[in-house]
Design a protein around this ligand. Sequence first.
Ligand code: PMT
Length: 402
Amino acid sequence: MTTIVSNPLKGKHIVLGLTGGIACYKAAELCRSLIRQEATVQVVMTDSACQFMTPVTMQALSGNTVYANQWDARIHNNMAHIELSRAAHAILIAPCSTDFIAKLAHGHCDDLLSALCVARPAQVPLLIAPAMNVEMWQKPATQRNIRQLIDDNVRILGPGEGDQACGEVGLGRMLEPDQLIAEMLAAFTPKSLAGKRVLITAGPTFEPIDPVRGLTNLSSGKMGYAIAQAAYEAGADVQLISGPTALNTPYGCIRHQVQTAQQMHDAVFDRISKQDIFISVAAVADWRITNVSKQKLKKNTGDDFPKLTFEQNPDILAEVAALSRPPYCVGFAAESENLIKYSTIKRLKKNIPLLVGNIAQNTFGLNQNEIVLFDDKGHHSLPLADKTNLARQLIIEISHRI
Ligand code: PMT
């Protein structure tokens, strides 16, 4: 039985709180990104936030009335802190200033935003994205308040490190909108892989011919990176071994960059003994060139073409599956024909419990895919969908089997 999963943020009503700080400019993009994820957004701003960003901008972006005043009579019973917090699936304060952190830690409620945080029902999670100068972040009082908030079950997102608007450098930057979206997606995903360590290979490998040329394939890494993101959302500790791709490291995952199949093999075996699950999504070159030229090959006239000789690359997945105590192994097979027959044979040959088959022409480099899962019980399809969505479905399938 296949579980259809939708985007975890779809239909969620998020109260987005803005407090005073230059990072308010990022809240505009964050608001749009939440809406792109099919959430609805209710913006609430403090007086200080209104110095950095106008409610008009946030109202235009969210499509909802922005509230900034505890005594706003537009809420019918004049109890905005109650009404707004009861309607929320989560409250996200981004940016969250030093002062607002202090208020939250001490339960103050002398403005609308702090009052609705204190008034929120127990099941409504509160997430904050601190944003402040590095010295303000490091002050013992701020750190004391942060520890208090962690004890109170408030989720602290970030802060990031780097250049600050004030010209100083260090911890205190608000996370970027796409990082906060990744955190919000994770916050609404059941933790089906909590405590599990997952190693994933993704992308193509590149086998050199000379210093500038090589053999590779059309894998973009999209499928493997989406699975890494979905595993993180599900609570796993994720490491990604990636061939050359143009993609950003999925938020929350550790990425190790490799080029050749042998490097991918070595990177996998450096880590495999500590893994619970191994998902081999990479399109690994089966052969490598033995007579790699140290210098760039020259173009000769006539038919004097370079003569390349090959040898077999290690089969990483088969070697992992053959370990005396292997992690739970998931393989992939991209076939251009006879998907059912070839995938069935490949799973048995590699001796793995789960194999994901896909049609090569319909997946390499594309955003969507259609996959067939093969295990001891037979096979079943997950229909055409975005790779992000398929990855989430696959993680659920894996979590049911381990
Ligand atoms: O990256 P995208 O553009 O999103 O495309 C996704 C994908 C097509 C790369 C992915 O969905 C996929 O199908 N990956 C496997 C590609 C493939 O054809 O693998 P294979 O049939 O050569 O190998 C079978 C399995 O053994 C794979 O799990 C592979 O990672 C593994 N293998 C193969 C050879 C080798 N030397 N070592 C391996 O570990």
